[in-house]
Design a protein around this ligand. Sequence first.
Ligand code: ADP
Ligand code: ZN
Ligand code: ZN
Length: 848
Amino acid sequence: MLPDSEPTPAAADRVTLFADVVLPLPLPKLYTYRVPYELNDQVVVGGRVLVQFGAKKTLSCIVAAVHETAPKDYQAKYILEFIDDAPVVTQPQLKLFRWIAEYYLCTLGEVINAALPSALKLSSESRVQLHPAYKRDEHPYPLSEQEEKIVDALSTEEGKALTFSEVGEVLGISSFHKVIKSLMQKDVIFLFEHIADKFTPKVVKKVRLAHHFVSEAALESLFEQLAAKAKQLDVLMRYIQRVPVYQNEHLNHRGLEKAALTSSPHLSPSAVNTLIKNGVLEQFDQIVSRFPMDDDPKQQMPFALSEGQLTARNEVLDHFQQKDIVLLHGVTGSGKTEIYIDLIKNALEGGGQVLYLLPEIALTAQIVTRLMRVFGTRLGVYHSKFSDNERVEVWNGVLSGRFQVVVGVRSAVFLPFDNLSLIVVDEEHESSYKQYDPAPRYNAREVALMMGTFQGAKILLGSATPSVETYYQCRAGRWGLVTLTKRFGEAGLPDIELIDTRRNQSPGANGQPKRPTHNFTPELTAAIEGRLEQKEQVILFQNRRGYSPFITCLDCGWIPKCKSCAVSLSYHKHAHELRCHYCGHHDQMPRECPACGSMALRMMGFGTERIEDDLKIMLPQAMVQRMDLDTTRAKNAYQQIISDFEQQRTNVLVGTQMVTKGLDFGNVSLVGIINADSIIHYPDFRAHERAYQMFVQVSGRAGRKGKKGKVIIQTGDPQQPIFDKVMRNDYVQFYEYELEQRREHLYPPFARVIKITVKHVEERGAQETAISLVQELVERLGREAVLGPEAPYIFRIRNFYLQEITIKLSREHTVLKHAKAQILESINLIKAAKDFKGARIAVDVDPM
Ligand code: ADP
Ligand code: ZN
Ligand code: ZN
């Protein structure tokens, strides 16, 4: 938009400005655009501008730098429009994003693309729609004429959407982005890129008295009519008690949450519904903000720390005098979270911002409740189950200072903090901090460390089972170490019992290997029954979802495989179909073997769905709930499952690794690991470490409050040395053994690993590209540094054949930087070669 009131500067003192912009695309370098003279004073580094890219597409991008040097190789196009008056990406963020791109060998565009919620990325394909909560006559902000025009155009039918180009047509102008932004800020419209991102507002069901019953006289006669209906009367009395319409009739309008009546133990939910059906109460939906705007009156002080916790807290603070990074190594249930809360409070009092990272959304559900009580409206929450618009709300809330503490999963490291004083990385050993695909393949723990360095923040890593790399830094004296060896309060660590499943095997037939016939050994079944009788709760862990990992024909041995991936299809009973866990492909469950026609199709192995099913048959009185990828797709599913288990509406929680991490349930006294063997055998140098962490963490869910907990591990190989280490609960012994292995085989922390994956639709194409790439790499890095190529265990995914190359480098920083440049050079050479056109190459620095 041209500011028409301001005089154009005299031609003589015109400065030509250029802006380097980051497009949200995997482009190797920044593009330079020219700033129109009239708008020289509007350029904001970190703000968004709209540019043309390619023949047709317009895109929003971030200004990374402003200067006076025209690009050498091309004629700079003009910037079309300025969207922001203030940065949406701060200077510290840009610095961090550059580091991520450099360290993880990807482009700045890829980082920006991952970092920005898509509602901050505008393109000609973006669309707008009226906000569902928007009511024209009740809206508090006046609208401009142009804004009114857009609202008119969007109001013609329910749910109408306009693309950006249509908005331009409605207004008859080409620079309309500020109008859109202003409408968004006023909550009149929202923006989405894909239909899937459409905004679903959070709605609560409420009830209120039908308006003709609101007067005192009408109520009296209503009570008379219902005199014989005691249950309905109870409901009405409660309503009037909570919403005193006798005193003020207007209160009725706001009504009461329906759940306040239906979930009360003294009231009958069916009476509530009868009153609604008979028109006495009316039900309505109310849209609420996801983030409370008022502080909860119940806001509480955090727990007073125990003596042990106080000592640990003080040790952390002491270390922070000299060191920036401290590891809090505390056994499961030792009260680490309460120590974090105390330190966060302390940091906020000093005026800084705090980031609290968690590895799993399942965990945020529980921790947010704990933090909300202490930090109220200052707390923001950031994760992928939030809609894009909610993510923008948090993003802007960090920029404006509304949110001083943010709890989030790995992508929260991208938020626009500029004054962090503390970063907590809870469960720092977790591999879910690492993004596998697509680029940037970053580890949020490492990014947090760098972010802390840039912003002068202290970093607290916490874990009961620290990663070998982290513990190594502590032992070397570079990072501080604080240890908590006891659980909080009276609770002791649980007893662990190994059950040998070979004793439960059926004899193998026709030379086939023996397989356990039962997923529940008699010991485990008895233990579950015993705990349920005591009204205690149980967690069962199995690391496969679905009903059975594969099916097979007993007559000819046929096994259904995915047509795009080199894996067998899992049977999902609920959907009654076969699914690929790698590409999502699904097939109907065949009735007979397509190879030989036999009806003898047998389910092999156990997934969580089967565990749940079998348990319901064995113990019909138990309330069983399952938590895995399939049951947590819906937005609030985690919250629901966890609160049902917390409130003891369910007795047994069956799940994949989601149930093993960090969750805190006071009444769980038994944890069962259905099949430990599938966790141990994993072809990777971290397999041993991961298995140890998994067993200790899942065990850590038992007996957290007072009651003695018990863990039952079912295995076909109880002699495995890992069990001994888990049962001794001696982390240091585990660490020392593991460190020796790493030293001997030259793995982290003694070396850096970079993994390169070559993908090609043809197997030979993948092989040939990989072999040539290896030649380039060997030439530059030497033979010892390069391993492979070799096909991974799952050698084909989504129609692409895979070949992997592993590079091991010394940890010296300069060597590393140099080596990375060499790797990029090799990859770019191969990418540019005609022979390898069909190949894709992905680099993963520090793979997990
Ligand atoms: P960790 O994070 O080390 O696994 P938690 O912080 O979850 O342990 O603490 C375990 C349990 O003990 C939680 O239910 C927590 O509420 C309780 N707890 C911890 N510290 C205190 C305290 N100071 N006062 C009361 N309860 C506490
Ligand atoms: Zn067959
Ligand atoms: Zn597949």
